[in-house]
Design a protein around this ligand. Sequence first.
Ligand code: JFZ
Length: 460
Amino acid sequence: MKKLLLLAAATAMVLPLCAQAQNKESFRGRVTIPLHHGSDHPGRRTDEAMNRWRGHGLGQFIHWGMYSIPGGEWNGKTYTGAAEWIRSWKDMPNAEYDNLYKQFDPKGFDAKKWARQAKEMGAGYMVFTTKHHDGFCMWPSKYTGYTVANTPYKKDVVKQVVDAYTAEGIDVHLYFSVMDWNQGGWLYTAPATPEEKAKWEGFKQFTRNQILELLENYPQIKGLWFDGTWDESWVKEYEFAHDLEREIRALHPGIIIGSRYRADEYGNRQCDANGDLIGDYDQSWERDIPTSIEQLRGNDWDCGMTIAENGWGYAKTWTSYVKTPYELISMISECNSMGGNFVLNFGPDGNGAMAPREVQIAAEIGRWMKTNGEAVRGAEPVVDIRKQGWGFMTKKDDKLYLHVYNKPLNDRVNEAIEKYFDGKVPQELRKWMLKERHVDVIGPAQGTSLLPIVQKGENL
Ligand code: JFZ
């Protein structure tokens, strides 16, 4: 008996959170180390702006910049890396890339058309590249000449995107790369010499100026999506970055910033030294989906996804596997079943036209969202029913949605439906049941759609 008690005490020390449920008295609280630049709010934000973001379920990412002109090809050769990284390819001289802006005059660019298409697809928000790693600014920044104002096109692209999407009721978040291959002060490693230090200080001010400029120019935006923050130079600027973050939040209450923006004082990125998420949502699930909701540890998250294997900017030729609409739609369900927003990327060409294959994918997703969007928008994960092999579940108010992708051979979905409905399976669902505890989810034929069906059960 004594031994058993000792064992229980030892377990309690190792697993204080589990022990808490069993024995309140032995739990002395979670041990954390004090951090000045760690998470500002362990756990989820529950304010209106964040609840709205969480409810989007589906978003659109757009990568558009000078890389869209070569579209992954130069001098007849195809770059097999991500098309927006073409400048770093040995077969493309930097000087040629850095002069592409002189030909930027996208006659086919129509932000309203993009916004309508995103609306049709069912996107609740969008993320737009204001400045990628190449440093080119899609808005007329006052702090560099390398902007859209100095192209033949001249007009502010970011403004048109923000206005058009906002008018469609789609929230806009702005992508901003801290790493900047054009600004002379950018460094990969922490500055060592006095000259480097001076240059780097200039770069920090430039970065701050540009971010504040975006906030001032486009006050309607709902979030900033930071990238290019992984190098030592920026990781060591945890104090500067944190101060700037506070400044941004004070200027723009409710703004949403992900976990990729800054590090803590120990150099930890995404999560701080205590394991708490830095920022408002977990940005580390890039082209990746967790296998279980537990991996997210209660944090909000987004999943940025490319249609091809990799590559975000326009590519004339996709050199890797291209996902089908069916796969992409199942990813919407999968991410939403774990509370994440699925953000699908589009890469318009140098003329502002969406590639026909992307237009078609958006339309297919839109067709599915039209019927099934209510199982995505504002829907929450279902944590009290164990994950099912046939697909995914979401819920909203008193509705349970079954997203069926792997139809069982016997056409029946056996799931713990009774548990969810507290033993009283509602009439609505009963009519799909072939036997107690078996639910037929095939339902009436929905046109000729080959796309998966979301079955809803209403708790009447
Ligand atoms: C970055 C960019 O380099 C890329 O071009 C694109 O804009 C994408 C959205 O973001 O790429 C990353 C950044 C982070 C990870 C992977 C690719 N990551 O944390 O796994």
